[in-house]
Design a protein around this ligand. Structure first.
Ligand code: PEP
Length: 265
């Protein structure tokens, strides 16, 4: 069972889907579904976060704050810079000004399509922390990495490299997302996720000490659905999920967020 010491986090990465009008409708429906007494469960105990495109963030912030919705949100990326001549980039300061709690750093699609290296990601983690955002650092191996190096070597190396310059007791979230499981319908097994999450927690303890390692939530991501979330949440080192495709379906994402309903069944 995921540790009760860490508040589970269910995070929905919308990627480049839903414009600001669709975002408003989606967040309203999600909040309503999570609250709906008919379903018998809220997302008790779990924190539920959405990661909309940048152009949606102001609308999402306004709605959540005006209606006091029990949801948090974050950006899908940030610049390593604070401000200046970086056309198209978004500063962590701007995300913080919009009351983002979180920001994704190093999603595999950023690594793959935007050439984001571990060095760049280390600077992005530092930028997020500097602006008071909680970075959700994504790590994970490709199918080729898995074949060549086994399950945990690449994610642990990515974590170690990205956190090399970080000191103190940072508030971080780590998302273990095997690239072969993202969007493939082929999730890792709960045992595979637990094995890597445990190694990532050990690496965190080596880098930042036992206290940070114990406090840091490690999410699993890759083809999570309402039908498999409970099995992941039973694992002691898995503290939640980063959900892509299934986060666009409100009923499905709400059901994942109410994973307690499935745990023990
Ligand atoms: C993701 O892209 O972060 C992800 C986990 O996607 P999916 O849930 O669609 O596999």
């Amino acid at each position: 069972m995921a540790s009760m010491k860490r508040v589970p986090l269910i995070a929905g990465n919308w990627k480049m889907n839903l414009d600001h009008l669709q975002a408003i409708a989606t967040v309203q429906k999600l909040a309503w579904t999570l609250k709906d007494a008919k379903h018998g469960f809220g997302a008790e105990g779990a924190e539920v976060a959405v990661f909309p495109p940048f152009t949606d963030l102001r609308s999402v912030q306004t709605l959540i704050s005006a209606d006091k919705l029990d949801l948090v949100f974050g950006g899908q990326d940030l610049s390593e810079h604070d401000s200046g001549a970086y056309t198209g980039e978004i500063s962590g300061a701007f995300l913080a000004a919009l009351e983002c709690t979180y920001v994704l750093v190093g999603h595999s699609e950023r690594r793959q399509y935007h050439g984001e290296t571990d060095e760049i990601l280390g600077r992005k983690v530092a930028a997020a922390l500097k602006h008071g955002l909680v970075p959700v650092l994504c790590v994970g191996e490709t199918a080729e990495d898995l074949e060549a190096h086994g399950p945990s070597a690449v994610p642990v190396a990515q974590l170690t490299a990205a956190l090399a310059g970080i000191t103190g007791t940072p508030n971080l979230v780590i998302a273990y997302e095997p690239v072969w499981a993202i969007g493939s319908g082929q999730a890792a097994t709960p045992e595979q996720a637990e094995q890597v999450a445990a190694k990532l927690r050990e690496a965190l303890a080596d880098l930042l000490g036992a206290e940070v390692a114990e406090a840091t939530r490690i999410l699993y991501g890759g083809s999570v659905k309402s039908g498999n979330i409970a099995a992941f949440m039973r694992e002691p080192n898995v503290d939640g999920a980063l959900v892509g495709g299934a986060s666009l379906d409100v009923a499905e994402f709400a059901s994942i967020s109410r994973f307690q309903k499935h745990v023990g069944t």
